[in-house]
Design a protein around this ligand. Structure first.
Ligand code: FES
Ligand code: FES
Length: 173
């Protein structure tokens, strides 16, 4: 009888899941697959440094077990560039000085991409005035509330907000 090896897709490549089901997705990325872009800040869901995308939705990889995501597609910061070109939001962070040490930056960028998808789906936030409105504008309050799970110890928030707002405006229909 053939052995079935459970796998997970990360940035377009298939990887066998770890035999130990206790391995977090963050540790799997950083220590098993050698993708250190997602950062271990708090390791308890409080800082956002470990944010990655699962089928386009943002999650905190420190709070997830790798085996939970069998058959799913993970995108980490290493998977955003294509054909040698940075993702437009990565470039926007550079243009707006949206980082200092850069430790929080991979999580900020993955989170902002996931946030944009939530807005397109009409997912309301705590500050959304009309939760029935399917078209939610990314006001300054919306942006700050929706990105409030991603902390920056360097305090580069002005540049982070400017980078995300600029990219969102470019993508607006
Ligand atoms: S390392 Fe995951 S939220 Fe801080
Ligand atoms: S750039 Fe240093 S923690 Fe955000």
């Amino acid at each position: 009888m053939p052995t079935i090896i459970a796998s997970i897709n990360i940035n377009g490549a298939e990887y066998a899941l770890p035999p130990d089901p206790r391995v977090s997705l963050l540790d799997f990325l950083r220590e098993h697959v050698n993708l250190p872009g997602a950062k271990k800040g708090c390791n308890q869901g409080a800082c956002g440094a470990c944010t990655v995308l699962v089928d386009g939705e943002r999650i905190l990889s420190c709070l997830a077990l790798a085996v939970q995501y069998e058959g799913r597609s993970i995108t980490s910061i290493e998977g955003l560039a294509s054909d040698g070109a940075l993702h437009p939001l990565q470039q926007s962070f550079i243009d707006h000085d949206g980082f200092q040490c850069g430790y929080c930056t991979p999580g900020q960028i993955c989170s902002a991409i996931g946030m944009a998808a939530e807005l397109r789906r009409g997912v309301p936030s705590y500050v959304t005035a009309d939760v029935a409105d399917a078209t939610i504008a990314l006001s300054n309050d919306e942006l700050r509330e929706r990105m409030s799970g991603n902390l920056c110890r360097c305090g580069a928030y002005n540049g982070i907000v400017a980078a995300i707002a600029e990219q969102h405006a470019k993508e607006a229909p």
